[in-house]
Design a protein around this ligand. Structure first.
Ligand SMILES: *[C@@H]1O[C@H](CO)[C@@H](O)[C@H](O)[C@H]1NC(C)=O
Length: 281
């Protein structure tokens, strides 16, 4: 099972789940290390992933986590990547996609426009994960919730430690209808900068045998702020955030499509996914 956060234009930036600690404390570069820079004097506080026509690059958390709150600040500085994509994307060149993969089933995609230019400055992208829900946040606004729906027969993220991955890669095939739009490589490299890697309020599973470490994460869950009220249900502010997103920024949604079909009285072959009603207030 996997959670993903994805920002893309013609170039896709993959941001799966993520104290101003140093990058190296909790992460390592897992591909394209020649395309990774550590700018600034405070080495390790900022990491830049580059994508050029030879390779992308990415990093991963050293340990997997079992519940917690994760965030990092990200700024895209993609040269003129928007100039290479369709008019649809040029108008609003960046789409933030989130997905929840349950047992290999990855059709739970939602895509939104952002209410700011993600290349102009750093913004905070975060995930809160406990036994009741998973919140995706951007600058502390909830943009998506996924409630535990085991009562509806869905699997939930509970026995599975998960790694945090981030990468920048050439998403032309995936992001632009089978590669109809190419990145403008004269603008390369495309760069994504990351800072404020914050996993301080999360539980990492560090032992090889795993079992004791997992048990201690379950214990920690109920003692930690991320595993207790008010983080077990949406606040009124978070409900308002989600309505605001749905009303103004939602581009596509596996839930909404089917809802619309129902409204129009069209009998769809597939049912509205059972968890949708509880995940959109
Ligand atoms: C890290 O995130 C936690 C919440 O998960 C927050 O309370 C804390 O202030 C953050 N630390 C920094 C240095 O931003």
């Amino acid at each position: 099972m996997k959670l993903s956060f994805l920002l893309f234009s013609s170039v896709a930036l993959f941001f799966s789940v993520a104290q101003a600690s140093k990058f190296w404390d909790d992460f390592y570069v897992n591909f394209g290390h020649w395309n990774v820079n550590y700018p600034g004097r405070d080495l390790g506080s900022i990491v830049q992933l580059h994508l050029d026509d030879t390779s992308g690059s990415g990093f991963r958390s050293i340990f997997p986590y079992l519940y917690g709150q994760f965030s990092m600040r990200v700024k895209l500085a993609g040269g003129n990547s928007a100039g290479t994509v369709t008019s649809f994307y040029v108008r609003d060149p960046y789409i933030l996609q989130t997905n929840v993969f349950l047992e290999g089933d990855g059709y739970r995609e939602q895509g939104i426009y952002l209410w700011f230019d993600p290349t102009a400055d750093y913004h905070d992208y975060g995930i809160l994960w406990n036994h009741e829900l998973i919140l995706f946040t951007v600058d502390s606004r909830v943009i998506r919730v996924f409630h535990n729906s085991k009562d509806l027969g869905l699997p939930y993220f509970e026995y599975q430690p998960m790694y945090i991955y981030s990468s920048i890669w050439n998403g032309e095939e995936w992001a632009t209808c089978g590669g109809t739009v190419k990145p403008d490589w004269t603008q390369q490299p495309f760069v994504a900068s990351y800072t404020n890697f914050n996993v301080s309020n999360a539980c990492s599973v560090q032992s090889i045998s795993g079992h004791d470490a997992m048990n201690s994460c379950y214990e920690k869950l109920h003692q930690s702020s991320y595993g207790r009220a008010p983080n077990l249900a949406l606040s009124q502010k978070q409900i308002d955030d989600l309505r605001w997103i749905r009303h103004n920024y939602l581009i596509y949604d596996y839930c909404k499509e089917t809802v619309n079909e129902k409204i129009e009285g069209v009998k769809s072959e597939f049912q509205l996914a059972s968890e949708c009603l509880r995940n959109w207030p």
